[in-house]
Design a protein around this ligand. Structure first.
Ligand code: CA
Ligand code: CA
Length: 220
């Protein structure tokens, strides 16, 4: 999982743009007061702070769909977790196992909307996945040693398999980490974004920088 090319998806700029989602929902901008009060449960060795929804008393029993999870995090100058390195991936997987968490959302998303017809993203099922929080491409899904996609899922196929759509349901265009859900270890699955799950927020440098710059009097 090497750092890959940064993507310039105008519509999903980490900054202040409010993208339009189905049902009129938007990608929320940060709320300075909430950024200042954000809860940090643990810091990764690189110093970045994380919030685990199941550890947070005010989120007891709360599960969110993918956009709901992003928005909770983003209002606090965080975003859903992006697993850019194997060290971070192993770190979060260990916590899911130790704390018996069945699954979580990550910021991973399939680029299958307007603007995703760029040549380097084709075919989308292989080259179209990216970490939305940091606008970074994932390694191709065929480079199995550079990512952590499960080798099986609900119909026994390697992930991503877009199973739900093949069975007449929604497209599986969001990336969740599942803990032994299909008796297949703890690893990545493409899942339809409308499902509700616990989530992990990771501090977002761009949102923090923006709020610090525009609110110099606030300690963020
Ligand atoms: Ca990360
Ligand atoms: Ca799947």
């Amino acid at each position: 999982m090497k750092a890959a090319t940064t993507l310039a998806f105008a519509v999903l700029l980490v900054g202040i743009v409010s993208a339009q989602f189905p049902g009129g929902r938007i990608l929320e901008p940060p709320v300075p007061a909430l950024c200042a009060q954000r809860v940090i449960h643990e810091r990764f060795p690189d110093g970045k702070g994380y919030m685990f929804s199941w550890r947070e008393p005010s989120l007891k029993g709360v599960e969110e769909d993918w956009l709901g999870g992003r928005n909770y995090c983003r209002q606090r100058c965080m975003d859903l977790i992006s697993l850019e390195t194997s060290a971070e991936n192993e770190w979060i997987k260990q916590r899911l196992v130790q704390e018996k968490v069945k699954y979580i959302w990550t910021s991973g998303r399939l680029c299958d909307f307007k603007g995703c017809d760029r040549a380097d993203l084709q075919p989308l099922s292989v080259n179209g996945w990216f970490w939305t929080a940091v606008l970074q491409k994932l390694a191709p899904t065929t480079a199995r040693h550079q990512n952590d996609w499960s080798e099986k899922g609900g119909i026994g196929k390697p992930q991503p398999d877009n199973r739900e759509a093949q069975q007449g349901g929604a497209t599986e265009n969001c990336l969740a980490v599942l803990n032994q859900f299909y008796n297949d270890g703890v690893n990545w699955h493409d899942v339809a974004c409308h499902h509700r799950k616990p989530f992990v927020c990771e501090e977002n440098e761009d949102l923090l920088k923006y709020v610090r710059y525009t609110n110099p009097e606030l300690r963020v």
